[in-house]
Design a protein around this ligand. Structure first.
Ligand code: VGL
Ligand code: ZN
Length: 229
């Protein structure tokens, strides 16, 4: 019998062309290099790893996270920010970094990189589909209102009796981090596998790890063995 206290799930975040060199509009250094390790995890037998979820950043052309969609004043990608208002509660807002146009729905930049072995993926989740909502986490946006942009990931994990969530992919300091932190908030034991991610700001990775660990995320190294606690 499978151990009900250990039902792992893998979440592969945003392994898409726009996050990878050489041509991605939001290329993360060495982003493509993590595909072999991720493929090794994806190839683990379903008896040990029953759920293999992949996410796609999947933005409409008018998405709020694109610097070019803010005109007064003009905003620079990577450098400037915008105030994002919760559409379902306009009294709530937060400041968010702005990006180049990336991962626009149905464009080549939004495609999974060909190095990713997609054959074992059990579920794909699109995120960032609401033009007014920025969403790094694969679960929900920062100002969480389930009616706005809940992806259904928490429900999916619970329906599969998942206990432990392993997060890899791009980018470590944005979508991977937010996904792992929300996994903790949702009551799962959450891991980031370090060799399976790369960051927008690699110089900040040690600080980023400490902050994630402060929330309760376990940042671990892949030891070339079966997934275990
Ligand atoms: C991401 C910035 C903007 C990510 C997505 O996948 O980490 N980062 N959109
Ligand atoms: Zn995005």
């Amino acid at each position: 019998m499978a151990d009900p206290a250990f039902r792992p799930a893998l979440v592969v975040v945003d392994m898409q062309e726009d996050f990878c060199p050489p041509n991605g509009s939001l290329a993360v250094a060495e982003g493509r290099s993590i595909a072999p390790l991720i493929n090794t995890l994806l190839a683990l037998p379903s008896t040990t790893l029953p759920l293999k979820v992949a996410t796609k950043d999947w933005h409409p052309p008018d998405h709020i996270s694109f610097a070019s969609n803010h005109t007064s004043p003009p905003r620079r990608p990577f450098l400037d920010t915008a105030t994002i208002i919760n559409p379902s509660n306009p009294s709530e807002s937060y400041t968010s970094r702005l990006w180049p146009v990336h991962c626009v729905q149905h464009t080549p930049g939004a495609a999974f990189i060909p190095e990713l072995d997609t054959t074992h993926i059990t579920h794909t989740i699109d995120k960032g589909t609401d033009p007014k909502v920025e969403m790094y986490s694969a679960f929900y946006p920062p100002l969480h209102n389930p009616r706005v942009a809940d992806s259904g990931l928490a429900d999916l994990l619970r329906a599969n009796r998942t206990t432990h969530v392993y997060v890899v992919g791009l980018a470590g300091d944005y979508c991977v981090r937010s996904t792992a932190e929300d996994a903790v908030r949702e009551g799962f034991v959450a891991y980031v596998v370090e060799e399976g991610t790369r960051s927008v700001d690699p110089g900040q990775w040690e600080a980023c790890k400490s902050e994630m660990e402060g929330i309760g995320v376990k940042v671990v190294k892949w030891e070339g063995e079966e997934v275990r606690r």
